[in-house]
Every structure is written in structure tokens, then in C-alpha cells.
Design a protein around this ligand. Structure first.
Ligand SMILES: [Mg+2]
Length: 238
């Protein structure tokens, strides 16, 4: 049994660990589809959604590993989708930028959290220094903390945007320790992404908790010290 008694600092991932990205993003995507009249090109909403989702996923994988820039990611995911649904009467790049701005603004105004997330933060702050470590964008992530009412629980919001390095690369974990004055041996990372959160943190010498929202095979996540299916389980560990 692992000893957690020396833990002083907790870093939590934001998207799909605390703030429910999967659910909030469904609402925001539907919002831009309606707002920009995209039914004209893709009467079937699900088709638009699936093209976007697959492209977005592919681009985030590249972004995680530093292979593309943020500006390319945010424009290309909608530019590609527009092209696929047959929009050809305008500057696709410009239109995509406009849609993405609205998407991110609307998305970050939504405040749905994962079940148990607020209660977990409430509990953790009584015992630890609690921080966020996220690959999301600065202005967007800060708005999410505010719209979901959890900003006051968070000591430091540490972002890849601040240091130019994304999880799972070691540099962002070193940067996070420096920013907060923490040490690897007494720090734990909680996150839903096995590569970015768990493997990245483990490589940096941190303790790790995998929040298994995406149903990874428990036998195939060796770098997770603990795997939990519900956030409330973390209260009996830390
Ligand atoms: Mg996440």
C-alpha cells in the first residue's frame, strides 16, 4: 500500500477532471452550429459534430507533443470542418477564426463540473496546497474557473500557455514545481489523461492518481499509483 502521508501539494488537471469539458463542449458546439447557420451546409448536426470531434482530437494529440501551435489548432479544427461540410463561398480560415472565438467564449462561460468535483476541492484545500495544471489556454481556463465558481479553491493556475511547454513533456512539470515552490516527492497529480497527466507526472517523479472517466483498462496504466472511477474516492486516499 502506498504511503500518501508526505503529500503537501496537489495539482489537478482542469478539463474532464474538474470542469466537465465533454458535456460543456457539446453545448458550445451546438451553440455555434445554430448561431452561424451551419445547418444550411450540414442539415444533420451529428455529421458536423463528428467531423469536428475527430479533427479536434487529432489536432490536440499533435499539440500535446508540441508538433503544432495553438493558433493553428484553433483555426484548423473549424476550417477543416467547414471544408468537409461543403462551405465554399467565403474565406474559410477567417470564418473558422470567427467561429472558434465564439466557441471558446461561450464554452468558457459554462460552469458544469464533474460530479463530486466541488466537494473534492473543498476537502483538499483543508489539507493541501491545491493548484491546477492544464494544457488549456490562459484566458479560457481562467474564465472556466470563474464561471464554475471554483476560483477561490485554486492557489496557482499553471498552464502550458505560461511556459510554452505542454503536458506530458517534463518541462511543464518542472515549471509547475518552481511556480509553487513544491517538490516532486511531496506532490501528486490528479488527471483524466493517462499520457499527459499520469505518465508525464510519473516521469517527473510525482505521485499520480488517474481519474478514469474514459475507462482505460486498469491493467494497462502502470504509471498510475491509484485509479479511481469517481472523484469522491480520492477523499479516502488523500
Ligand atoms: Mg483532462
Amino acid at each position: 500500500m502506498k504511503d500518501w502521508s508526505n503529500i503537501k501539494t496537489v495539482f489537478v488537471d482542469l478539463d474532464d477532471t474538474i470542469w466537465w469539458f465533454t458535456e460543456n463542449s457539446k453545448v458550445a458546439l451546438r451553440h455555434v452550429y445554430d448561431r452561424f447557420g451551419l445547418a444550411k451546409y450540414s442539415p444533420e448536426y451529428n455529421l458536423f459534430r463528428d467531423i469536428y470531434a475527430a479533427k479536434n482530437h487529432e489536432l490536440w494529440d499533435l499539440y500535446h507533443y508540441g508538433k503544432i501551435e495553438k493558433d493553428f489548432l484553433v483555426t484548423e479544427r473549424f476550417r477543416y470542418t467547414l471544408e468537409q461540410i461543403g462551405v465554399n463561398n467565403c474565406d474559410l480560415r477567417k470564418f473558422a477564426e470567427e467561429i472558434d472565438d465564439e466557441y471558446l467564449f461561450y464554452l468558457s462561460s459554462l460552469g458544469l463540473l464533474l460530479p463530486g468535483a466541488k466537494e473534492l476541492l473543498e476537502y483538499l484545500v483543508t489539507k493541501y496546497d491545491v493548484n491546477i495544471l492544464s494544457n488549456g489556454f490562459q484566458e479560457v481556463q481562467l474564465r472556466k474557473l470563474r464561471s464554475s465558481g471554483i476560483e477561490h479553491y485554486i492557489h496557482h493556475l499553471v498552464l502550458s500557455d505560461d511556459c510554452g511547454i505542454t503536458k506530458p513533456l517534463p518541462g511543464i512539470f518542472e515549471y509547475a514545481l518552481k511556480r509553487t515552490g513544491a517538490t516532486a516527492e511531496t506532490t501528486v497529480m490528479i488527471g483524466d489523461n493517462y499520457d499527459a497527466d499520469v505518465q508525464g507526472a510519473k516521469n517527473a517523479g510525482w505521485h499520480t492518481i488517474l481519474f478514469n472517466l474514459k475507462n482505460f483498462d486498469r491493467n494497462n496504466v502502470p504509471d498510475a499509483d491509484v485509479v479511481v472511477d469517481k472523484l469522491e474516492e480520492i477523499k479516502s486516499i488523500l
